[in-house]
Design a protein around this ligand. Structure first.
Ligand code: FRU
Length: 618
């Protein structure tokens, strides 16, 4: 009996040593569904091979026999798409064991094929784990934007917890450090002093025993109301475990590291509620918090003297606005109209149910008394639904707290839940939109709308004008201009159209026959954007699309600012009256712009093209 056991044991370890090929790592299959990877190494990283199409394996990190971390990875079964690093540095001198539990599909396979032979499993990852000191994050992808914020690697969704302090714009984001699809929600962290050059920092908030770290906000506690110290940075996020609860964390090193509050959670509710967004209300001397009551499709408004004890004051939105999806990621702030009149703006992100399918950002303009938000109505008593952007790829939009000079700067996740995890990139998935300055204007219909202007810092990206024309007449044949080739065509196009009635077509194209087509129709006051033939569009049936924006008319005159950055096109009306954000995946950079009418004449009072590069900002 003893002898049989000893033989079996040596067979196991032998197999493991060969499979791993490294004397500091032993891989032992303990059953058809479970493997122990024992590491005692000086190396910095364990590289985990990922195959995106398989299900998640569960990875538990045991140090001295206790689980200190749990995460999920799509460990490769028969093909490796890419590898992700597991950082061993925090455990340098420890005996580390990763207990890996295979997904159900593989467990079933393993038990069926290898009943009783637990050391003969065949999944590729078992022989493809590697210890290494370096992990190369050099960009390897042609669709990674140049001047937009992206994660170094892995999946990103919502921007989170943005605050500005001492010249630094802090941006956190929903991040998966272990793959380019949604999982393991963690707050990644980047900072910038100019909103275009981003520096990446270690993870700010990691999943803990209350759950993974969903979206939330951060603010500076100038008066030490919470007792974490004067000017401590306080973050409020959703702990997503079996239930969604709101948790607090504080930072005394300007947002680099956070400590979770010992008495978390600070808010619990019987049904799904998430994405807390708080701000200090100087008028009441209390904190306010907006929280998405996701399935009820309403926004709960709380107040608190100390960020720890929250009192529910009211609920906004029942029966109002677009409601074909869940309500998420709210934001509430005050803005001034050019007349000086002050109004409050409530942002409510919605998924699905956006105007062009999938996710989108709606907002309401109204008044707020510290307890209740009341939306403005039309003269007929109706609360209109308003959209902050008229493309398919602008979601989870929220703003920076404490931005300088009274600015209200916001940023959105530049993707759509319909296809975000299928877009043709691998090393990373998703970028954030350009930062935008939010303002208000009153339109001819008497309603107040939000304006979105590209943040002024973006001007620093411009090189010398590549094209600079004034007073160009166009007709059916039109005018074609070449676009700059540097930086894969990253550029800004500024144009002013004057048309007494004829639609004007703007066609971006390349030598592969891909086209992104914008049409301005002065009669309907609409600008459309068609990406159905813009390159790679077949990864999801919802991707080929036409989006349409109202141009808030002005006698046939339309000024546009168009930003192109490898896989995105953002169109802004020159005063920010609308924006339109769409992804595109052309087979080669767009290198031509054709402007024409379908019949008759129109005029371009200005057409300027600037190549954009981060080099110009240095
Ligand atoms: C919005 C959202 C949030 C949630 C987060 C999870 O895109 O669904 O409501 O907190 O993503 O990653």
């Amino acid at each position: 009996m003893k002898k049989i056991f000893a033989t079996a044991l040596s067979a196991l370890i032998m197999t493991s040593a060969t499979a791993a090929g490294h004397h500091d790592m032993k891989v032992v299959n303990v059953g058809p569904s479970q493997t122990m990877v024992r590491i005692h190494a000086s190396d910095n990283y364990l590289m985990l091979p990922v195959q995106e199409s398989v299900d998640d394996s569960k990875v538990e990190l045991l140090v001295n026999g206790r689980i200190v971390k749990t995460f999920y990875v799509r460990l490769a079964n028969n093909e490796v798409d890419y590898s992700v690093p597991f950082d061993l540095r925090p455990y340098a001198d420890e005996n580390v064991v990763l207990r890996i539990t295979a997904p159900h599909s593989q467990t079933v396979l393993n038990s069926a094929l290898h009943a009783g032979e637990k050391n003969k499993r065949k999944e590729l990852w078992l022989s493809d784990l590697k210890l290494t000191d370096t992990f190369d994050i050099t960009n390897t992808e042609k669709y990674r934007p140049i001047y937009h914020h992206t994660p170094q690697y892995g999946w990103m969704n919502d921007p989170n917890g943005m605050f500005y302090k001492d010249g630094v714009w802090n941006l956190y984001y929903q991040w998966n450090p272990y793959g380019s699809r949604w999982q393991n929600m963690t707050w990644g962290h980047s900072t910038s002093t100019d909103l275009v050059n981003w520096e990446h920092h270690p993870v700010a908030i990691e999943p803990n025993d209350l759950g993974s770290i969903f979206s939330g906000s951060a603010a500076i506690d100038h008066n030490n109301t919470a007792g974490f110290g004067n000017d401590a940075v306080v973050a409020l996020y959703t702990s997503a475990g079996d239930y969604q609860m709101q948790s607090l964390a504080s930072s005394t090193d300007d947002g680099m590291t956070f400590e979770n509050y010992a008495d978390n959670p600070v808010i619990t509710l019987p049904t799904e509620a998430r994405d807390p967004n708080m701000f200090y209300n100087a008028e009441t001397g209390l904190w306010n918090l907006v929280l998405a009551h996701a399935l009820e499709k309403e926004i709960l408004i709380f107040s608190s003297p100390d960020l720890k004890t929250w009192t529910l004051q009211s609920a906004f939105g029942k029966g109002l606005g677009a409601r074909d999806g869940v309500w998420e990621c709210p934001d509430l702030f005050e803005l001034s109209l050019p007349s000086g009149e002050k109004k409050w703006m409530m942002i409510v992100n919605l998924n699905p149910g956006g105007p062009f399918g999938g996710s989108a950002t709606q907002y309401f303009i109204g008044d707020f008394d510290g307890k209740t938000f009341t939306a403005d109505t039309t003269p007929g008593g109706y609360v209109p639904t308003k959209w902050l952007d008229f493309g398919k790829d602008f979601y989870a939009t929220v703003s920076w707290s404490d931005a300088p000079a009274g600015r209200r700067t916001a940023i959105g996740w530049m993707s759509n839940w319909q296809y975000a995890d299928q877009v043709p990139t691998l090393q990373f998935r998703s970028a954030n939109s350009l930062p935008r300055e939010i303002g208000l204007f009153k339109a001819a219909d008497g309603q107040i709308y939000a304006s979105s202007m590209p943040s002024p810092e973006l001007k620093k990206l411009r090189g010398a004008a590549y094209v600079n024309l004034t007073g160009v007449s166009i007709n059916k044949t039109g005018r074609a201009i070449e676009l700059p080739a540097a930086n894969d065509g990253a550029c800004e196009i500024n144009l002013e159209i004057a048309s007494s009635g004829n639609p004007v077509w703007l066609t971006l194209s390349n030598d592969k026959g891909d086209e992104a087509v914008m049409v301005y129709d002065p009669k309907t006051h609409l600008l459309s954007f068609d990406r159905t033939h813009s390159g790679v569009v077949d990864f999801n049936e919802n991707f080929p699309a036409l989006t349409v924006a109202p141009t808030f008319e002005n006698n046939g005159k339309l000024g546009l600012q168009i930003f192109i950055d490898r896989s995105s096109i953002e169109v802004f009306e020159k005063d920010g009256k609308f924006s339109m954000t769409n992804l595109v995946f052309p087979n080669a950079p767009f290198n031509r712009l054709q402007v024409n009418t379908t019949a008759g004449n129109a005029r371009l009072s200005r057409l300027a093209v600037y190549p954009l590069s981060l080099d110009n900002t240095k």
